[in-house]
Each structure stands twice: as structure tokens, then as C-alpha cells.
Design a protein around this ligand. Structure first.
Ligand code: SF4
Ligand code: SF4
Length: 414
């Protein structure tokens, strides 16, 4: 089938002047060296489909599927091409028009019907809890590289709905706990709430909040993504000063609610107001500013720029600024720090070959710095880089900057 991509004015493609300056920033082009796996090549394909000169063929879908959606091309592009918007529209069309092979369909259905729902994810992981009770989970951990990286399963207690500020209240915060992160990164969430509270913030964590919708949007399931957005708009109180999120991918999506729901008569105004309040936790704390931590961590840290923080939200300095405030922490720059690690939402499950190559490239750069710890402000990147370092034979810790900050506060709080 041919025909226009949804909700895209034709002029969007004309912004691309084919200069090629984005090519060296594109991870898939770096790995494969093929034009159709570069931003310029993909824009060419999307435009041809949009104008009806090319159908949404399996080959076109393959090149679009291989795109990480990392948006490094947007940062590199001097013409201001909004590649992320083009890709999102194209993926809606892929979802509507292209019938994938059975195994691919099953895998994608499994991801979209489990990951955005913390209860279902917990149910899926529940057998591991039983193994832990019987003391045999460590055997499974030693045999399975992904299970090995899950935190201790007894940490699945929900966050308190209200965590009071320590000292006089400076801000009233809504905290986005995430869907997968609630289950797999519960300790990072707890550290985030502790650091916010330690810095005078009352933290409200609405228990009925759901997935931000990014997983659905990136899979081309626009309706599910918008439903997720509306649900969160109904869940978070309107009187909060700031909405804080510690996952870069979710933050980029939450900041898009206003744009995504601009045509919704009921939700447009609330979505715009909500998005205007969203801050990544590092962005928020850097401008607050924080009470300087006193604990000396004595560690050499390198920082990986999560794509949806650096390219999606333009946040690079805030996490580095926070890390530099930690006594005894030496920050060393990482070569290609803003090149995707291959995590990219559920990309490492749908495109494992490319994801593994990019992860290995990231691990090699990290180990070359001589760092004893890695900081990354996105749960997906943390998990991906942990696996990559383990595969490279040097499993140094990979933590969210907020966890390092939390550690640096703790000696003083104890
Ligand atoms: S989003 Fe990332 S992977 Fe996709 S074309 Fe742009 S730079 Fe390449
Ligand atoms: S997307 Fe931007 S940088 Fe890439 S070829 Fe087009 S105009 Fe040039």
C-alpha cells in the first residue's frame, strides 16, 4: 500500500537538504555504512512512501525498524529536521499497513501487553520470587545474563504516596515512578525520592499512575500512547509545582504530551500545562540548587549521555554538574558519550544483533576511560550497559547519577 504518513504536512520532508552532516552521528550508519540505514536515507524512504512513489515494503520496514529513534541526527542536523516526528508518523503507518512475520508479531505483542503494566510484569517475574524464597535464584542468576541483573526481588514494595520534605518545604513534586522502572528499578526510585525529600521537596507519587506511553508510541501504537497520556493527566494532581521523572525516555515523552494532545478538546490545556511542569530529576536538582552532599565516594566515574536526555531534551550539563558536586568523585569524559548504547526502549529485544554491537562499542569506550563506575540517567541504558560490561568481562557498577548523590548524602544522614 502507498499513501501519506499520518498527520504530516508534506513540507516536513523538505527541511532535509541532503547535506549528510547527520550521517556520522547515526549509530546504525556507523555500524553498517549503508545509506538507507542513515537518517538521510530513511528520510528519503519515508518521503517516497508519503508521496506514494514507494509502498511500505518489507525492505522499507526493515530500514525503519533498525532505526533506534535515538535522535542523534536531530542534534547533528543544521537544517532543524525533526526526525523524531517523521519516524513516529512512519511507525504508525508501519503498524497499520505492514503484516509482520508471526514470531516478530508475537514478540512485539508480548512487549506491548506486559511491559507497560507493572502488575503484569510482576506476575511474569513472580516465579523468580519463589526461587528466591527457596534460596535457588542465585543459580538462575549465574546461568542467565538478564536475570542476573535484576535487583533483589524483595524490593517490590510501592513508594509512599506522600513523602514529606525534610526541613521547610521548597517545592511540591509529583514523581513519575515509571512502569518497568517501578518493578526493576525500585531502588533507583527510592533513592530519587530520598534525594528530593533531602532537598526540601514534598514528593507525591500517585499510586494509580501508569506507563508514560513511550513504549506504545515508539511501536507505532498511537492510540495506546494517547490513552496512557490521558490516564496520567487524570492521575496527577493539578496543584504540583513540578513533575519529576528519573527516566530519560519517559521524560521526553511526558514533555511531548502537550503537542500530542493539542487537538484533544478535553485534554489539550491540561496536557500543555502538565508538559510545561515536567523536569528530568537532574535538570530539576541542578537548578534548585541542591544542598551540597558531604559523603566522600572516592570513585572515578564516566557519564553516558542517554539519547532521550541529550538529544531528546538537550540536557547534558545538569547531570555532570551534580556529579561534580560529590566529594571524592572524579568525572572522566566518555568518548562517544552521546552515541546510543543500543537499549532504545524495547529495541534491544526487537533488534538484538544491532543492540549487542552498539553495547559492545559502548563497553569498550567505557573500559578505555579507566573508570570504576558508570553513571547513566535512564534505566534502559543502565541495564544495557551492565550486560555489555559483564559480557566484556569487567562488570563495574552502572548507576543512575541520583544513586551516587543518594550515597553521598547517606553518611551525613546516618
Ligand atoms: S534516530 Fe538515531 S538511529 Fe535513527 S536515523 Fe537518527 S541517528 Fe540514526
Ligand atoms: S537530516 Fe539534516 S543533516 Fe541529515 S541530510 Fe538532512 S538536512 Fe542534512
Amino acid at each position: 500500500m502507498t499513501g501519506p504518513l499520518v498527520a504530516l504536512p508534506p513540507g516536513k520532508f523538505l527541511d532535509c537538504v541532503h547535506c549528510g552532516l547527520c550521517l556520522s552521528a547515526c549509530p546504525t550508519y556507523l555500524e553498517l555504512g549503508t545509506e538507507m540505514d542513515s537518517p538521510r536515507g530513511r528520510i528519503y524512504l519515508m518521503r517516497a512512501v508519503h508521496e506514494g512513489t514507494l509502498g511500505m515494503t518489507p525492505d522499507v520496514v526493515r530500514h525503519l525498524d533498525l532505526c533506534l529513534g535515538c535522535r542523534a541526527c536531530e542534534t547533528a542536523c543544521p537544517s532543524g529536521v525533526r526526525y523524531g516526528e517523521l519516524l513516529e508518523a512512519a511507525r504508525v503507518v508501519v503498524d497499520a499497513r505492514h503484516r509482520r512475520p508471526l514470531v516478530d508479531r508475537w514478540r512485539r505483542t508480548l512487549i506491548s501487553s506486559i511491559f507497560p503494566y507493572p502488575r503484569r510484569l510482576r506476575a511474569l517475574l513472580a516465579p523468580l520470587l519463589v526461587l528466591e524464597r527457596f534460596g535457588i535464584l542465585d543459580i538462575v542468576r549465574s546461568a542467565n545474563r538478564w536475570v542476573a541483573l535484576l535487583p533483589r526481588l524483595d524490593s517490590w514494595t510501592p513508594l509512599a504516596e506522600v513523602t514529606p520534605a525534610q526541613g521547610p518545604e521548597r517545592r511540591r513534586i509529583g514523581f513519575v515512578a515509571g512502569c518497568v522502572a517501578q518493578v526493576v528499578f525500585a531502588e533507583t526510585n527510592r533513592a530519587t525520592v530520598r534525594v528530593l525529600s533531602r532537598n526540601g521537596c514534598t514528593v507525591i507519587t500517585p499510586p494509580r499512575q501508569g506507563c508514560c506511553g513511550a513504549l506504545s508510541l515508539h511501536a507505532g501504537q498511537q492510540r495506546a500512547a494517547l490513552d496512557a497520556a490521558r490516564r496520567n493527566l487524570d492521575t496527577f494532581p493539578g496543584d504540583l509545582d513540578v513533575i519529576v521523572v528519573n527516566a530519560a525516555g519517559c521524560g521526553a515523552m511526558l514533555k511531548q504530551y502537550g503537542q500530542l494532545l493539542a487537538g484533544d478538546r478535553v485534554y489539550a490545556d491540561r496536557a500543555k500545562a502538565f508538559s510545561a511542569k515536567v523536569r528530568d530529576v537532574t535538570e530539576f536538582l541542578a537548578m534548585l540548587p541542591i544542598t551540597p552532599p558531604r559523603g566522600n565516594l572516592r570513585t572515578r566515574v564516566t557519564y553516558h549521555d542517554a539519547c532521550h536526555l541529550a538529544h531528546g531534551q538537550g540536557i547534558r550539563e545538569a547531570p555532570r554538574q551534580l556529579l561534580r558536586q560529590i566529594p571524592g568523585l572524579e568525572l572522566v569524559e566518555l568518548p562517544e558519550s552521546d552515541t546510543c548504547c543500543g537499549s532504545a526502549g524495547s529495541y534491544n529485544l526487537t533488534e538484538p544483533w544491532m543492540a549487542r554491537h552498539l553495547a559492545a562499542r559502548k563497553a569498550a569506550h567505557i573500559l578505555g576511560t579507566g573508570a570504576t563506575c558508570v553513571a547513566a540517567a535512564n534505566p534502559g541504558c543502565i541495564l544495557q550497559i551492565r550486560v555489555a560490561l559483564r559480557d566484556a568481562g569487567n562488570a563495574i557498577p552502572v548507576l543512575h547519577p541520583i544513586e551516587l548523590l543518594d550515597q553521598a548524602y547517606r553518611p551525613r544522614d546516618a
